[in-house]
Design a protein around this ligand. Sequence first.
Ligand code: ZN
Ligand code: ZN
Length: 415
Amino acid sequence: MKIQVIKGMRDILPPETAAWEAVENKARQIFKTYGFEEIRTPIVEEAGLFERSVGATSAIVEKEMYAFKDRKGLPLALRPEGTAPVVRAYVEAGFYAKDPVAKLYYFGPMFRYESPQKGRSRQFFQIGAELIGSDSPMADAEVLILLDHLFSELGLKDRRLEINSLGCVTCRPAYLTAIKKFLKGRINKFCPDCKRRSGKNPLRILDCKKEGCRGLSREAPLVHDFLCEACAQHYREVRGLLLAGHISFKENPRIVRGLDYYCRTAFEVISEGLGAQDAVAAGGRYDGLVKDLGGPDMAGVGFAIGVERLMLLLDRGPWTVDRGPGTTVFFALLGNEAQQKSLAAIQELRTKGNYVECGYGGSLKSQLRRADKLAAKFVVIIGENEIKKDMAIIKEMASGKQEEVLLGRLVEKLA
Ligand SMILES: [Zn+2]
Ligand SMILES: [Zn+2]
């Protein structure tokens, strides 16, 4: 019976994994310079966490979440995004009691039951960062500067940062009234999803991906025109700091993000290399979320990068594997005795940081072919003749030069 990977999920295979590792290493290195520390939360959470944070009427929770009951009937979900679990963990561990500001980053798989397409799979990886404990525009700016820094270091070209302000609990009611007024008499022209959501969450109409709805909502009032003085000031300061940090951006008043917890700053990083509506990174401010999840009234802002999409955009092929600074040595071994006699030397060379490979049987010719493929600098040949003399042949692959050495002096000779 042949079992295949399930629809919408994919294996990430070597040598592509080497490129993933390089991206992750770069991200870790940059996170550290901004004072972010790694957090690892479980992949499975109570389903209620996402209903309360992302929103029960959001497309993610309504249609895309992998929700199931465990053996005791507890409703669980595979995490569809990373912010809510991080905030849950932040509250649970009482981080706020130790330090008013927490800077956390994560790597890991997320799950959404969507139609699979290029750059969009049902299991997808995110690299995310959350700065919790400050409502200062400086926090928004720092998170965006960090994101820009990382993308620059990775060589991501043709990217564009788009930002918006979604207002707060003070100014949003007036906006909601305006958008409800706009929808009156027009709602029947929208798609069934928009219609259903229009009562509880009319903002989603701006977010609908259907062509018809996009056309209709072009005339809708924009939250930008309804910001209270505090939100307008916050937005002005964020833009000012981005300018001061030489981060180029475009204001896009149509960004709403499909998650309930966002307020004030919302942003997306768009790349021409992806389909029309796909962002390579997105995020924003979520000032009410910590309190909603049982913590104190703490603000927060963060982003998530879609790693599959990032990899599509980075021109990194052909993938190359970094073996480190040591020497690559291949042991062509003929027979069990040769294997036994060389094992100590192989271990010693590896301990010293060299990349050492060995043949697992077969002819000398086939083993040498493999050594060639692995770009070995030296090949050590031990056959029956060599065993008898307690010797080994060292062959330098580039020059073809060979020399016979005593087995006991092998490591010293190669080093
Ligand atoms: Zn406001
Ligand atoms: Zn719609």
